[in-house]
Design a protein around this ligand. Structure first.
Ligand code: PLP
Length: 373
């Protein structure tokens, strides 16, 4: 009997299948224009991305890491300031805070939703705290009701890391519209992905938007005039043109992701710990992260069955050699550390068929049963 084809963990080109002719036309349009950096496509994408969120401003940048760094810099956060975030995130979140010159303060997560624990964030506030950076991890909105209240009471900035949650909502309100500023990544595997690096910020504040436009382009106010020290972090025309094609399909693609997640929920109940949605949340399932105490054995068994999995993230940031000096000893973030030992991400992407999801479910069930028999 022939073995069924393996199911890879991800396949970013699946999201392009329905719009390939439009992407081809967009690429051709940019090539023919002769203008490749910060031009009409970027301006149009910024307007469309702002309109999608119902905010006043969007600013395109080179990637999501820069977006977080520039959000902090535009809001005046830097040397001597503390910024509270989680250790259970992509390293980019903490890398960006560090690059802005501020001190990252890492706190624990709520182990049910894998997002920043508001009580832990409040307990970490000191007179030097300037900002909180919640991460809407795996597509799940962080507890923005509690965090907005805490930030307001302590006069702190709230900067949302939306890299994994384009289009997610909490109580009907889109992520990215809760904080003072929000940062997005368009890394190819994201829910809204480019075909290279890309990022953006959104805000309702004109002052932040103006400063972001300067900072992303060497601090330039007009040609060869530099009001302050910026960096080179520009979204290119090709990526913006492709993102313009994909943005109108984001909600439908997120709905498909939710459908696959529901299929996994129903099929895997009682086998693994399945992701819980916060009340009022519409997660966009950037990742489908499940938990099992024998995670490594389960992954090995799935690999044997041709099912690709990954771990997001196997080593919390406070335990990474690069960030040991942040002062969080092993054991200091117990929920983060426990979760990192047990989680694994199942295939969930545009182009994964119902039949493939059924095969993933069957393989997980067979593997868990074999492990526990
Ligand atoms: C939660 C989170 N924050 C920030 C980033 C940084 O985005 P980028 O890779 O575009 O720099 C990523 C993506 O890797 C991410 O997943």
């Amino acid at each position: 009997m022939t073995q069924p084809a393996p199911i890879p963990f991800n396949r970013p080109n699946g999201a392009h299948a329905a719009v390939l002719p439009d992407i081809d036309a967009a690429i051709r349009r940019v090539l023919d224009s002769g203008w490749y950096i910060l031009g009409g496509e970027v301006e149009a994408f910024e307007a469309e991305f702002a309109a999608y969120h119902g905010v006043n401003y969007a600013v395109g940048v080179a990637n999501g890491t820069d977006a977080i760094e520039l959000a902090l810099r535009a809001a005046g956060v830097g040397a001597g300031d503390e910024v509270i975030t989680v250790a259970h995130t992509a390293v980019a979140t903490v890398c960006a805070i560090d690059r802005a010159g501020a001190q990252p303060v890492l706190v624990d997560i709520d182990p049910q939703t894998y997002t920043l624990d508001p009580a832990a964030a409040e307990a970490a506030i000191t007179p030097r705290t300037k900002a909180i950076v919640p991460v809407h991890l795996y597509g799940q909105p962080a507890d923005m009701l509690a965090l907005s209240e805490i930030a307001a009471r302590h006069h702190l900035l709230l900067i949302e890391d939306c890299a994994q949650a384009h289009g997610a909502r909490l109580n009907g309100r889109l992520v990215g519209t809760w904080g003072h500023l929000a940062a997005f990544s368009f890394y190819p595997t994201k829910n809204l992905g480019a075909v290279g690096d890309g990022g953006a910020l959104i805000t309702n504040d004109e002052g932040y938007a103006l400063r972001l436009r300067r900072l992303r382009n060497y601090g330039q106010t007009s040609r060869y005039n530099h009001a302050e020290r910026g960096i080179n972090s520009r979204l290119d025309e090709l990526q913006a043109a492709i993102l313009r094609v994909k943005l109108p399909h984001l909600d439908a693609q997120n709905a498909r992701r939710r459908q696959i997640a529901r299929q996994y929920d129903a099929g895997l109940m009682g086998m693994v710990t399945i992701p819980l949605q916060r009340p009022g949340a519409e997660s966009v399932y950037h990742l489908c992260v499940v938990r099992h105490p024998a995670r490594d054995a389960l992954r090995a068994s799935l690999a044997d069955a041709g099912i690709g999995t990954l771990i997001h993230y196997p080593i919390p940031i406070h335990l990474q050699p690069a960030y040991r000096d942040l002062g969080c000893a092993p054991g200091s973030l117990p929920a983060t550390e426990q979760v990192s030992r047990e989680i694994m991400s199942l295939p969930l992407y545009i182009g994964l068929s119902d039949a493939q999801a059924v095969r993933v479910i069957a393989a997980v069930r067979a593997s868990v049963e074999a492990l526990t028999s």
